[in-house]
Structure formats: structure tokens, C-alpha cells
Design a protein around this ligand. Structure first.
Ligand code: NIG
Ligand code: FE
Length: 426
């Protein structure tokens, strides 16, 4: 593929000269260029700027695209999904409508355990094909980078099968994909009374194979009442760290039980969910400022707070307190949590809209959280997440819209005209 030139872009969104994780007030700054051009070479951004400064090209672009009346954004970076699952769970959705809670359903062996039964019955090929379709679907909705977790196997074979599916997706898909091992998603029934037995299985039978076959980039634990305690979470993450796996954790989704302290102590890449935060939790998360340049004292404070508004919406829970976190100076990312139990949608456009509608994020804040900060939450900031020279041309080209705020405002309407991954239209 040679060079491509895109001209007359009505608004080129999130244009940056350098990478920076955005915290607190910085989230509201979304640099854009009106009437812009963009030059791509071999799927990479090599130049951009205002149309009146367009350089005389020394090459003959193989493609010229006129983007009059279009906005161009970096593709969404969805840093938290459970995209591999064997079956949907709408029967539980109806039970919830009839009044059961997520915890009630889990306690009767539904929820995660329901998905685990089905994963263990499905073949690797079946799971791959289902996941591939979902990946295609979210790509058309503008996602250009994605994290995918295991966690519905809950057995050595099941977890390894899920991770091998993710590995195959990485090999065959043009998207940037990160893989997270979530063996500690729930205790399988046979280990309900023997937590240490299951933890030993994770540490002794799963992690060494995962490391050996390079099946995961991160480790995750569902730290929650009735699932994994903070102490268990720490033990599992520390074992993962021995193999070079950093943590990305499910924390404070239903209760505040001390997971934040553990996550910060472990220097987690991200703490995800955070629907239920006490005042002291907020203080801890508010301290997530850049480490002092001299490295003196304190935590290495790069942990990102990843909020998943469609999961809170689907469970009819209060939304995470995004405004309080922003006021406290935290770095926020937004992700879909795509999974069959709490967020059966991987639509990041909806996530951005819910960030604005439900959590009172400004459109600029929500877009930054779903692009550059999402990239940081997968450590993919050098490849994706903004319009910057050297990054991949993973782009969203919108239909004609009057303003950027129109995107979350007109939630539920598909405003995407085309999506580009590595410089190619999907
Ligand atoms: O992020 N809460 C933990 N894990 C998922 C839901 C898993 C499920 O219900 O299948 C989540 O919400
Ligand atoms: Fe999740």
C-alpha cells in the first residue's frame, strides 16, 4: 500500500504532537483542526495539518479521498471486554426484569458460571468464529484497538482454550489486540468451599502454561464480595507478576471491599468498574498524579480508572462518579465491558454517549477517555489513540454532523460513514 491523501476534512479530531495520559482537567482539552488534510503511508499517519498549509507532495498519492463535510477521529480504543463467549444470556436479563439482582443470579449458579458451562462445551473453532463476528461488528462501529479477557473457562482447559482463541484473533485480525488472563473471575462450583485449591490451580497449572505459550499480556481478578477477596486478588496478581503480567482489575463494581488499595499497591495498569466508591476510595484514586520527575517518594501513580457505563446502565446501577474522579485529578478511560452478563454491547459510540448522559462527562472528556486514555489502558499509546505522526491510521470517518457534541447527543444513531484500520477501509 502506498501513500493516501485525505483532504478537506471538516474537523480532524484529537490531533497531538506528543503522547500524554490525560488526568483531571486535562481530559477536557481535545485538540482539533478545522478544514484539515491527512497523509497516510503504508497504513501509518505521516503528516496532517490545515488545508491552507498542505505541502506540495513529493509523491503521487495512490488514493485521494475528499472528506468534505466529514469529521475524522482516531478509532475507539476499547480497553476492557469479555468478547469470547459461547452464548448470550437473555434469560437472565428477563429474570433481572422480574426483580432478581446480578448477585442473586450468580448465587444460584447463573451468571459467570452459566457462561463457563457453555464455554467448556464449545470447541476452539466455534469460539473463534463467534468472536471473529463480534470483532467485525465492533470494528464497523469504530473500534480499532481492543482488550479481550478470558474468564469464562474457570478450568485449566477452558481458560487456555479462551486464551488460545484470543491469540489466534491477534494473529489474524488487523486490529490491535491485548489479551488478559481472568482465571479468577469466579470460583467454579467444585471449588466453592476450597478457594485455595482454585487459586493453586491458577498459580500452578494455568499461569506457567500461559507464560510459556505467551497467551496473555495482563492478569485480571474480579475482586468482589462473593468472588475474590482483596487478599486473594493480591496473591493471584503477584503470581502473575512473576511471569511479567501486569494487573488490570475488576474493582468496586458492587461493593467497596479494599480492592483499590490492593490495585494501587500492585501498580495496576488500570482499575476498572468503580461503580461503588467511598469518600476514602475517591481520595486514594484522586492521588493518581504523575510521579515526581525525580522519582522521589510516593506511589508510581500511573494507574488509570476505567469506567464502563453501559454495564452500570444494563444492571440499572448508579453510574461511576466520573465527575468526582475528574475533579480529584484521576486519569479516566471509557470501555465497553462487552460481555453476555452485564454489557451485551460492544458499541463504543454508545459508551461515549452514556459517559456524557449518565456520568456528566463533557463530549471532549468522553472522546479522550475512549481514545488516547483507552490506548494507555492497553499500553498501546505509541500505536493508536490519537492523530499523531507515526501512529496507525485507525480512523473513524463520520457522516455529515453539525458538531462534535452531536455524536453523543444523537445516541443510538449510527453516525459512522467509514472505518479505516491500518489505512484500509473495512
Ligand atoms: O465486567 N463483573 C465481572 N465480570 C463482568 C461480567 C461477567 C458476566 O456476568 O458474565 C463485568 O461486568
Ligand atoms: Fe468486565
Amino acid at each position: 500500500m502506498a501513500a493516501q491523501l485525505i483532504t478537506n476534512i471538516q474537523l480532524l479530531v484529537n490531533t497531538r504532537q506528543q503522547n500524554e495520559l490525560l488526568r483531571g482537567k486535562e481530559l477536557a482539552g481535545l485538540p482539533c483542526i478545522e478544514n484539515a488534510y491527512l497523509v497516510l503511508e503504508d497504513g501509518v499517519i505521516v503528516d496532517f495539518g490545515r488545508m491552507d498549509t498542505i505541502p506540495h507532495l513529493t509523491f503521487n498519492p495512490s488514493h485521494s479521498i475528499d472528506a468534505s463535510r466529514q469529521f475524522i477521529l482516531p478509532a475507539w480504543c476499547d480497553s476492557h471486554t469479555h468478547l469470547i463467549f459461547a452464548a448470550s444470556r437473555e434469560e437472565e436479563f428477563v429474570d433481572k426484569i422480574r426483580g432478581m439482582s446480578y448477585a442473586d443470579i450468580a448465587a444460584r449458579g447463573g451468571g459467570i458460571l452459566n457462561s463457563a458451562k457453555k464455554i467448556n462445551l464449545a470447541s476452539e473453532d466455534e469460539l473463534f468464529n463467534l468472536a471473529w463476528k463480534r470483532l467485525e461488528e465492533v470494528t464497523r462501529l469504530g473500534t480499532g484497538a481492543i482488550e479481550i479477557k478470558s474468564g469464562y473457562g474457570l478450568s485449566v482447559e477452558g481458560e487456555l482454550k479462551m486464551l488460545r482463541v484470543i491469540k489466534k484473533l491477534k494473529e489474524r485480525s488487523a486490529l490491535c489486540i491485548k489479551s488478559t488472563f481472568l482465571g479468577a473471575h469466579a470460583y467454579p462450583l467444585e471449588y466453592k468451599e476450597d478457594h485455595q485449591g482454585y487459586i493453586d490451580l491458577i498459580i500452578n497449572d494455568m499461569l506457567p502454561v500461559i507464560a510459556n505459550e505467551k497467551l496473555a499480556d495482563y492478569i485480571d481478578v474480579f475482586c468482589e464480595t462473593g468472588f475474590f477477596s482483596p487478599g486473594e486478588t493480591e496473591m493471584i496478581c503477584r503470581a502473575g507478576m512473576q511471569y511479567g503480567l501486569k494487573s488490570k482489575l475488576h474493582i468496586n463494581q458492587l461493593h467497596s471491599i479494599g480492592g483499590i488499595e490492593v490495585g494501587l499497591k500492585l501498580n495496576a495498569v488500570s482499575l476498572d468498574h468503580l461503580e461503588n466508591l467511598t469518600e476514602s476510595d475517591l481520595k486514594l484514586l484522586g492521588g493518581l498524579e504523575a510521579a515526581p520527575p525525580n522519582g522521589g517518594g510516593g506511589l508510581e501513580r500511573a494507574t488509570i480508572c476505567t469506567l464502563l457505563p453501559t454495564a452500570a446502565f444494563f444492571l440499572d446501577q448508579p453510574f461511576p462518579p466520573a465527575r468526582k474522579l475528574i475533579d480529584a485529578g484521576s486519569a479516566l478511560a471509557l470501555a465497553s465491558d462487552f460481555n453476555p452478563g452485564t454489557s451485551p454491547s460492544g458499541n463504543m459510540n454508545l459508551v461515549v454517549a452514556m459517559g456524557c448522559i449518565g456520568m456528566k462527562m463533557l463530549p471532549e472528556e468522553a472522546i479522550n477517555a475512549a481514545t488516547i486514555n483507552g490506548a494507555y489502558a492497553m499500553e498501546l499509546q505509541d500505536e493508536v489513540g490519537s492523530i499523531m505522526i507515526g501512529k496507525k491510521a485507525n480512523l473513524i470517518l463520520t457522516k455529515s454532523i453539525p458538531s462534535l457534541a452531536y455524536l453523543p447527543y444523537s445516541f443510538g444513531t449510527n453516525l459512522i460513514d467509514k472505518v479505516m484500520v491500518n489505512g484500509e477501509f473495512v
